[in-house]
Design a protein around this ligand. Structure first.
Ligand SMILES: CC(=O)SCCNC(=O)CCNC(=O)[C@H](O)C(C)(C)COP(=O)(O)OP(=O)(O)OC[C@H]1O[C@@H](n2cnc3c(N)ncnc32)[C@H](O)[C@@H]1OP(=O)(O)O
Ligand SMILES: CC(=O)C(=O)O
Length: 541
């Protein structure tokens, strides 16, 4: 097993070969800085011979002041029949001003004759000449042995000849690539072990993820002696992506005892992963190992009960070590432990002996049976616990509402809502128009409440989602409405369920306002002391 490894990140090159991933030069510069802070040793910035954007990146990268990372340019061996010094791709690498370059070359005889359509001998010369050319210009050279594992399986003698040519030409590292990502860990280990006996230079590994084995194959290669680890953040890359460094790094460090970044840098892993998802405009998968939102989210009651006693009962590593956090979800699969954890998180003093615990769990399970999903609506759940504990957050009550939608022939829709509420023992009636029934209802409700509690105007709806729960019922089906609200500083989620989409929305809206008022209750109390009460009777607006 390699005692020490170097991390070689190719997010900015192979990562951008992933479908849907495109990074601006500004993004690439930001990411390079982030990778350096994370402790990556090499940052492959792109392919200077490919496009002006990558060339521009290398121009701007000259002004980066990185702690340790070496900016590396990518390219391929010279074209058949050309001299290395005449090859435009190789010339671009020199022009990029980098100190290190990765050169990809063919090692699978099938690719030489069928893809590049040249002779086996010329390909070996292409490798030798290209590596030599860059070495003569004092660059550190990594030879990316493309399709090495497939080549080795097809024609071992030839595959070895190609990497020996790279070594003879002075390559500093030969990175064996599982380009098609189809190898098994056992094959990687066996082939790498054999290659180790033939090469004296450093061996690297570059695995793709087509068999979902990118990470496993990389770790197996390290076990067999590879010390330069190529991969990408979040596993972005061609087809199914590359070995995900976000998983490789903690596995190396926390499981295999190979320190590749400092403990402090390891703690930046979750943030780095999210940062990359953000810049690459990707939705972070909740289930992403190590750094995903759900990586340490416990749902089953049995799990939560044990985790509260000893987290390692259901956690393979300590989440804080990689900057992630433990979460407990509440759902119909919860036991009392989930509720107690949540209560503690919310600063509520509740223990198992309190009958509210059992009652709230039963109520919650009953509601989930009706279609509620509290793990996605933590604000509604907090109100449920607090109500269970006897707190009263009924700042307002509904008497009734009416909604009228009007459409004339080809004209546009208009919608009006009328709401009658009881607030502080007063009856108030308001009407409002809106862009659809839920919007009109929201406006009318706020108008009524705002008269008594102006702070309702500080909050707004930031997201609204509807999910049909029983599609078979078609238009009569039950729907679940999830609302996200915000006051510009915090966001919170609430839920409503009904066969009527307006009623479901109403419940979610009301919970959202109640939750905000509950959070702002000290301010509400202050206002109550100093404000004059509205007059008796029904107020119309
Ligand atoms: C395994 C990997 O991921 S390697 C990285 C792959 N990444 C990319 O391809 C992204 C960047 N690529 C590009 O911008 C372009 O493909 C370029 C600029 C490199 C080449 O563009 P073009 O000259 O138009 O060629 P095109 O892309 O159509 O085909 C690739 C050519 O490179 C040749 N080639 C492929 N590998 C090698 C190699 N290792 N050494 C020399 N030539 C090679 C092919 O035979 C083909 O030549 P041909 O046109 O004579 O058949
Ligand atoms: C070099 C490279 O990206 C590969 O062989 O997959």
């Amino acid at each position: 097993m390699a005692a020490q490894v170097k991390l070689y990140d190719t997010t900015l090159r192979d990562g951008t070969q992933g479908e849907g991933i495109s990074l601006s030069v500004d993004d690439k510069i930001k990411i390079a800085n982030k990778l350096d802070q994370m402790g990556v040793h090499y940052i492959e910035g792109g392919w200077p011979g490919s496009n002006p954007k990558d060339m521009n990146f290398f121009e701007r990268a000259k002004d980066l002041s990185l702690d340790q990372a070496v900016i590396t340019a990518f390219g391929m061996t010279r074209r058949p029949g050309l001299k290395a010094e005449e090859d435009p791709n190789l010339k671009r690498i020199l022009e990029s001003g980098v100190e290190a370059a990765a050169l990809v070359g063919k090692t699978w005889d099938f690719h030489v004759t069928e893809a590049v359509q040249t002779s086996l001998e010329e390909n070996v010369n292409m490798i030798y000449d290209s590596v030599r050319f860059l070495k003569d210009h004092d660059l550190e050279v990594i030879f990316d042995a493309e399709h090495f594992f497939d080549g080795f399986k097809n024609n071992k003698e030839y595959a070895l000849k190609t990497i020996l040519a790279a070594e003879d030409a002075g390559a500093d590292c030969v990175a064996l690539c599982d380009t098609n990502g189809g190898s098994l860990p056992s094959e990687i280990a066996a082939i790498l072990t054999e290659v180790q006996n033939k090469l004296t230079v450093e061996i690297g590994i570059h695995c793709h993820n087509d068999g979902e084995l990118g990470v496993a194959n990389t770790l197996e290669a390290v076990n067999a002696g590879a010390s330069q680890i190529q991969g990408t953040i979040n596993g972005y890359g061609e087809r199914c992506g590359n070995a995900n460094l976000v998983s490789v790094i903690p596995n190396l460090q926390l499981k295999m005892g190979i320190e590749c970044v400092s403990d402090e840098q390891l703690k930046q892993l979750t943030e780095t992963s999210k940062y990359l998802h953000e810049l690459a405009n990707q939705t972070p998968p909740n289930g992403q190992p190590f750094t995903g939102k759900s990586a340490f989210a416990h749902k089953g009651g049995m799990h939560v009960s044990a985790v509260l006693k000893h987290p390692e009962t259901y956690e393979h590593v300590i989440p804080e070590k990689i900057g992630n956090e433990r979460r407990v979800l509440v759902s119909e699969l919860s036991g009392q432990s989930n509720l107690l954890f949540k209560a503690k998180e919310l600063g509520l003093s509740l223990d198992k002996s309190n009958p509210a615990v059992k009652e709230t769990i039963e109520k919650m399970k009953d509601m989930e049976h009706k279609g509620y999903q509290y793990e996605a609506a933590e604000a509604s759940f907090e109100l449920l616990i607090r109500n269970g504990m006897g707190e009263n957050h009924d700042y307002f009550r509904l008497d009734h509402f009416k909604i009228i939608t009007h459409k004339e022939k080809e004209g546009s829709f208009t919608t009006e809502a009328v709401v009658k509420m009881i607030i502080k023992d007063q009856t108030v009636m308001t009407a409002a128009e809106g862009n659809g029934p839920v919007n009109a209802l929201d406006h009318a409700l706020r108008k009524a409440i705002g008269e008594f509690y102006p702070l309702v105007h500080e909050m707004y709806l930031s997201d609204y989602k509807v999910r049909v729960l029983d599609e078979a019922e078609a238009t009569a089906s039950t729907v679940r409405v999830l609302i996200e609200s915000s006051d510009g500083k915090e966001t919170w989620s609430t839920i409503g369920v009904s066969a009527n989409i307006i009623e479901a929305s109403w419940h979610a809206l009301v919970d959202s306002i109640r939750y905000y008022f509950m959070k702002q209750r000290s301010r509400l109390e202050e206002v109550e002391l100093f404000s004059s009460m509205p007059t008796e009777g029904v107020k119309n607006h």
